[in-house]
Design a protein around this ligand. Structure first.
Ligand SMILES: [Zn+2]
Ligand SMILES: [Zn+2]
Length: 382
């Protein structure tokens, strides 16, 4: 069995105490900028520039979440009780008030949050921490310390493929490493799709490249080149051994030898998620399109646009009965299969943000990462 190289851990020991203290944000706050500069200089000497970016990201996140926390944990001395009511329906039910709009400086209840987002698409919203609805916490583990997670997907049963900034790894749900391979990728835009129980596709938009990894006794890698004149966005999914690859102008259907079989004229898609053999969710890039999410019927190429869906999810999946689960603003949302009845189901503890999600239909299990190195597993309540 391959072992994790420990080179990375040794190099990054300088940040370990701070990143992994119980309250990284507070530590950062106390040490303030001096330590940030010291660590930056030290890391630059070590040639670990990506880690400097990572460290700065943690600091920025702390500042943002510090504001969020203070909104929802202020005592009545700081906030009059009559301010803590929904600005729209005026409910004062504390458990219902999950959102605070920074621009409007108002509290908004769960029932009114979609309405507010429809009217104010660019407002910054903060959410009450530690919401957990319809799921229970099962397990939390750190797959590869100090190696940021770019994407992950369930492959089969309890095996999950995790794309780190420098490698693709497979783990079981207890966090045990099964296999890994160093590959190149785009740190922001690479995405993975599971083709079958032992094959994974990884998109590398900056190189017009799709890498196919076969993970059996040994791991093999095949490169598929995409046309030079096209621009991949990173979005990818697989349906019946055909890769659906998102480009800025269209979705291209490729077989596993890299031959383009068909072009579906849907531009501006950044994420693709195969729901089942008939349906596929398309999430549009907010900078390219006013549309947010649509559902493609693969049997006849018809497209159903979600109306009143004021989100451009950072990641999307579907549960065992076809409900849509997605992340945006660092919290996890739930919608019916037609994009209606949207509600928040999970929000992280202070200083964290949920980023990626994947769901295993057999285990009724959702895993998510919290913006640092940790993966958390939730089980659906029956
Ligand atoms: Zn309300
Ligand atoms: Zn607002």
């Amino acid at each position: 069995m391959p072992k994790e190289p420990d080179l990375k851990k040794r190099k990054t020991a300088i940040t370990s105490n701070i990143e992994h203290s119980e309250d990284a944000g507070k530590t950062l706050h106390h040490h303030d900028r001096t330590i940030l500069i010291d660590v930056k200089q030290a890391l630059q000497k070590l040639g670990e520039i990506p880690l400097v970016d990572y460290y700065i990201k943690i600091y920025r996140k702390y500042i943002r979440d510090f504001k969020k926390k203070s909104v929802f944990t202020a005592t009545d001395d700081a906030y009059c009780t009559d301010i803590r009511e929904c600005n729209y329906c005026h409910t004062t039910e504390d458990s219902q008030i999950s959102c605070y709009c920074l621009e409007c400086q108002i509290f908004i209840c769960d029932n009114c949050v979609i309405e507010h987002r429809m009217k104010n698409k660019n407002h910054n919203n903060f959410y009450r921490p530690e919401i957990l609805r319809g799921y229970k916490l099962a397990y939390s583990w750190t797959p590869s310390p100090y190696s940021r997670i770019v994407d992950f997907k369930f492959m089969v049963a309890d095996i999950v493929a995790i794309l780190h900034i420098d490698k693709l790894c497979t783990y079981n749900l207890t966090g045990r490493l099964i296999n890994y391979l160093s590959i190149t990728m785009d740190q922001e835009n690479s995405r993975i799709a599971c083709i079958n129980d032992c094959k994974i596709a990884v998109t590398v938009p900056s190189n017009n490249l799709i890498q196919i990894l076969t993970i059996l006794a040994s791991t093999t890698l095949t490169d598929l080149r995409t046309p030079e004149e096209t621009k991949m966005t990173g979005g990818v999914t697989c349906r019946m051994d055909i890769l659906y690859v998102a480009f800025s102008d269209a979705i291209r259907l490729m077989d596993l030898s890299g031959i383009i079989q068909r072009v579906v004229n849907i531009p501006g898609v950044k994420l693709l998620h195969s729901v089942n053999n008939d349906k596929m969710l398309c999430v549009y890039n907010k900078f390219d399109s006013v549309k947010t999410v649509s559902c493609l019927d693969c049997t006849n190429d018809s497209l159903y646009f979600f109306e009143r869906f004021p989100f451009h999810p950072d990641d999307v999946t579907t549960d065992d009965v076809g409900n849509i689960i997605f992340t945006e603003d660092g919290v996890i949302w739930h919608a019916d299969s037609d994009g209606k009845n949207i509600k928040i189901i999970m929000s992280p503890i202070p200083y964290y943000e949920y980023e990626k999600i994947t769901y295993n239909k057999d285990l009724k299990c959702l895993i998510t990462n919290n913006g640092y190195d940790d993966v958390t597993e939730y089980r659906k309540l029956e």
